[in-house]
Design a protein around this ligand. Structure first.
Ligand code: AMP
Length: 192
């Protein structure tokens, strides 16, 4: 199964993707994690994207499409994957459809985690208050910008996938276990 977890920054896509790696034995393909790993390793890719990511801007479509295709061709994706934070633009979604079609595959389901902006902001504030290790883009100011980018570039994908009949929406403001249970219910209804 190829599954896209979709939603605004901080909606819980990463948390739920990780749970799905355990419960459905599907690898989590997070472009954000891959880009952060490149920054950490100091690779040319990392150097190229760091400033954009710190500002909460999207990195170029060609860059993320390339890293996703390379990752998807690894053997652990033979039964599919959970796409987390990708696609984020219409060209990315089209490239993903094309990449999968070339491999005789397709997106089976797009799960939208719906979370209000005020809840996203209060989650960032709670993380700051808790004083954990924060990402450089995990501040109220950068979140506000990332949300703008989300509504402008990424939210149009809702109609794109709705048009394909693949979109299912889950209340991402419920407690984590409830969201997990709702996702399981949706997935159990998808034909294998
Ligand atoms: P995330 O961890 O998914 O919240 O992504 C963190 C940052 O990585 C984003 O704010 C973007 O700068 C960059 N990024 C991750 N995925 C993508 C993508 N699919 N397209 C463009 N930029 C991305």
């Amino acid at each position: 199964m190829n599954l896209v977890l979709f939603g605004p920054p901080g909606a819980g896509k990463g948390t739920q993707s990780k749970i799905l790696t355990q419960t459905r034995s599907l690898p989590q393909l997070s472009t954000g994690d891959m880009l952060r790993a490149a920054i950490e390793a100091g690779t040319p890719l990392g150097l190229a994207v760091k400033a954009l990511m710190d500002r909460g801007e999207l990195v170029p479509d060609e860059t993320v499409i390339r890293i996703i295709a390379e990752r998807y061709d690894q053997s652990d994706c033979k039964n599919g994957a959970v796409f987390d934070g990708f696609p984020r633009t219409i060209p990315q979604a089209e490239a993903l459809d094309e990449m999968l079609a070339e491999r005789g595959r397709k997106i089976d389901l797009v799960l939208e985690l719906k979370v209000d902006d005020a809840v996203l902001l209060s989650r960032v504030e709670a993380r700051i208050k808790a004083g954990g290790i924060l990402r450089s883009d995990d501040t109220p100011e950068t979140l506000a910008h990332r949300l703008k980018v989300y509504y402008k570039n990424t939210a149009p994908l809702i109609d794109y996938y709705r048009g394909q009949g693949k979109l299912k929406t889950v209340d991402g403001m419920a407690p984590v276990e409830t969201v997990t249970a709702q996702i399981a219910q949706v997935l159990d209804g998808v034909p294998a």
